[in-house]
Design a protein. Structure first.
Length: 258
């Protein structure tokens, strides 16, 4: 009997076509799929085989999830643990991996598209602009889950880098004054609710109206707060040197200026 490794798969941000080819193949081959039922839309599960057993983990504890995975594994079944977005980002996979390692159960991780990149696509922006911004911070505000002192939002915002703030739409009144102090009240911001889903909502606003816009649109969860130079109106942004005809790199010699 073959014991297949358990596969942690990133389902992507919501659009079923934004799962990776490798992730969709894992779903097609799976005998058991334990998926994050509160976040992974049913449309993503359409990649699963007709005979696959599907279990939502929305009301399961860690021990229940691990027991279900390990029992199926030792019975020779192919198991997929399906997480929203990318498993490495707020995926709570560390404790599952630790339990599997303790039980000597092999596993592998298949990455997925995280919501920050789906949001950028919808906003039609590039986070990293030459000479303007070369850093993107993915973070969250402190709520019920503590944040290390060195990673408090005030500290990270002081860099004035591009920032995608997860899991913080219910903390907008706490987030807004922090962003105002760092970026200024008139700085452009965006709220992307349910990025890539059919009911995706994009709200372009300023930092000073962030909390009000959240309340006005009734957004309480599944939203990203985006801030950074990419959202500002800057008609004279420096172009990347990558395609500059005078710029030499490893694959092309630049033309000499006259």
């Amino acid at each position: 009997m073959t014991n297949y490794p358990i596969k942690f798969v990133g389902a992507g941000p919501g659009d079923p076509e934004l799962i990776t080819v490798k992730g969709s193949r894992a779903l097609q081959q799976a005998d058991l799929i334990i998926y994050a039922g509160s976040l992974v839309p049913d449309a993503v599960l359409h990649w699963a085989g007709h005979d696959a057993r599907r279990i939502s983990s929305a009301d399961m504890h860690l021990e229940d999830i691990v027991d279900s995975m390990t029992q199926a594994h030792f019975n020779g079944l192919q198991v997929v643990r399906l997480h929203s977005g990318d498993p490495s980002l707020y995926g709570a996979i560390f404790e599952q991996i630790s339990a599997l390692e303790k039980a000597r159960v092999p596993f592998e991780i298949i990455p997925g598209v995280t919501a920050a990149f789906a949001a950028a696509a919808s906003l039609q922006i590039e986070y990293t602009l030459p000479e303007i911004c070369q850093t993107l911070i993915l973070t969250r505000a402190q709520g019920r889950t503590p944040v290390p002192d060195s990673e408090h939002l005030q500290s990270l915002a002081s860099h004035k880098a591009a920032m995608a703030i997860y899991l913080s739409s219910g903390l907008a009144e706490q987030v807004q004054p922090i962003l105002q102090e760092a970026y200024g009240p008139r700085a452009r911001a965006a709220i992307v609710h349910r990025a890539s889903h059919p009911d995706e909502k994009i709200i372009r606003t300023t930092v000073s109206d962030l909390a009000w816009q959240m309340q006005e649109h009734g957004i309480k969860g599944q939203a990203l707060i985006i801030i950074g130079a990419a959202l500002e109106d800057s008609p004279q942004r420096p172009a990347s040197r990558l395609y500059d005809p005078q710029f030499t790199h490893g694959f092309r010699k630049g033309r000499q200026e006259d």
